[in-house]
Write a protein that binds this ligand. Sequence first.
Ligand SMILES: Nc1ncnc2c1ncn2[C@@H]1O[C@H](COP(=O)(O)OP(=O)(O)OP(=O)(O)O)[C@@H](O)[C@H]1O
Ligand SMILES: [Mg+2]
Length: 360
Amino acid sequence: MPNTEKTKEQIKENPKQSSPLTIEDDYTPVVYDPQYILMVNKLKKYFPIKGGMVSKTVGYVRAVDGITFNLKRGTTMGLVGESGCGKTTAGRTILRLSGGKTGGQVLFNGQEIYDLSHKELRALRTKMQIIFQDPFSSLSPRLPVGEIIGEAVREHELVPKEEFDDYIDQVMDNCGLQPFHKTRYPHEFSGGQRQRICIARALALNPEFVVCDEPVSALDVSIQAQIINLLKDLQEKYKLTYLFISHDLSVVRYLCDRIVVMYLGKVVEIADKKELFENPLHPYTKVLLSAIPVPVYGAKRERLFFHGELPSPLNPPAGCRLHTRCPYATPECASCEQELRDVGGGHMVACGRYEQLQGQ
Ligand SMILES: Nc1ncnc2c1ncn2[C@@H]1O[C@H](COP(=O)(O)OP(=O)(O)OP(=O)(O)O)[C@@H](O)[C@H]1O
Ligand SMILES: [Mg+2]
């Protein structure tokens, strides 16, 4: 049985598994396929909401609610969806950075990362890195840059002492930083340079897999392009695999090979980039794509809209989670939850009506 956050107390609280406290963890274990560095199977991450005098769990924020996807070695998977749909939580849960998982599996190179001991996890940490959205708050203001980049290298004894300085110089150079930057502090750099420091810090550990959580959202457009190109170059050079989280579909289109679209904690569509952009099947994906500006003077794309706000992940709608906002929803959409199914060529969609909606 996988190691989950569910405690005996929580299970006792939910004998009938029917209240907002219900946690279901039913999945068929995946068989490891070596072409995938990462296999995510029905992964769930719920945050408990405490209430009452004795601070009892009264509900859960179902931030990630059973997501499934596989990530091929050396490729980039985009993870998109509107704010609050669970992208960051998914990235952090995959890296085992947010406590336990609530359910499902995360296989990294075939190993369930939640089954690893702390010692094993520590050894694996160098292989899995994360780059955050805000480069300033993720850098210690009290350490010089050389120390920030080299701290974990030294900790994990990745290079012999006598080679340490040259190694850090080399990593900095690969990320477009100069050796004299080593003795400076993060506040002395621009936003783009700070993000380069974050990338160098991650890269110094020689990772195989990097979660990039909106790494360019806080930067201005010209700097965004530099950082995206840097990520692309580094991927080629070091055969890295990325999970690239972003709001910006133009960036995702440029950088990613395959794309996962999330809505309210669920995956609604997965397809190769070209297929997704040319033939989106889920109504939610169609709305997201309609927001991308057309790069031709005077050209207009019909902008599609959904009504209403994103419902709360504390109490998500039954059936298809989109049915409260989807103009094409039928009464069945409110009662039947849609599983992701392969509709050919690795294109997966979780909508019961996608065939009727084609061309709309
Ligand atoms: N530590 C936490 N405790 C309780 N709820 C949380 C916690 N972290 C995230 N959430 C909730 O989980 C949901 C998903 O949040 P998450 O940050 O993963 O969204 P996101 O898709 O990354 O959004 P954004 O695009 O704005 O970064 C939100 O409703 C958020 O409020
Ligand atoms: Mg986020």
